[in-house]
Design a protein around this ligand. Structure first.
Ligand code: MG
Length: 159
């Protein structure tokens, strides 16, 4: 969801007033979460990523209720206890389609994989690697036109 459907990075700029951190820099990441924990309902404040509205609608048209959101929430120690609820409320408000939202810790995403025909679209390389290691099909997100380009061919493999 973050950096695919929801513009997490721009939210950091807008509400924490800092540049998005280098995710490998622990100090910067800790500072970011500290700032975001002071923004009430941060995840419910985010803007859509470019192309996300049209992209999600197109996927829903192809997949119907097989389309689900699998999204990571911050570790409880980060102090954003409403993250899961905020993400669900945000999805409901931004999209008229009824889409299930699964919220998990990032490291648990791979546990949702049920086989090769289970496709994960994610901007995080580690998530894609773990998903494929679990036997699924991964799409490393660049932008929505890339996703809509490759999805029909990938789905056709499983029909
Ligand atoms: Mg993401």
């Amino acid at each position: 969801m973050d950096r695919v459907i929801a513009d997490f990075d721009n939210g950091i700029r807008k509400y924490a007033h800092i540049e998005p951190p280098d995710l490998k820099n622990k100090e910067q990441v800790t500072k970011m979460w500290k700032k975001l924990s002071r923004v009430p309902h941060y995840y419910d404040k985010l803007d859509l990523m470019p192309g996300a509205e049209r992209g999600v609608a197109a996927l829903f048209e192809m997949l119907g209720e097989d389309l689900e959101i699998l999204t990571g929430v911050p570790n409880p120690t980060r102090g954003l206890p409403t993250a899961s609820d905020d993400k669900r409320i945000w999805m409901r408000r931004k999209f008229k389609q009824k889409i299930v939202v699964n919220t998990v810790l990032r490291a648990e995403k791979k546990n949702f994989c049920t086989g090769k025909d289970c496709i994960l679209i994610d901007d995080n390389e580690q998530n894609i690697e773990e998903w494929e290691a679990a036997g699924g099909t991964g799409i490393l997100f660049k932008d929505w036109s890339q996703v809509l380009d490759v999805i029909p061919e990938i789905c056709a493999r499983f029909r």
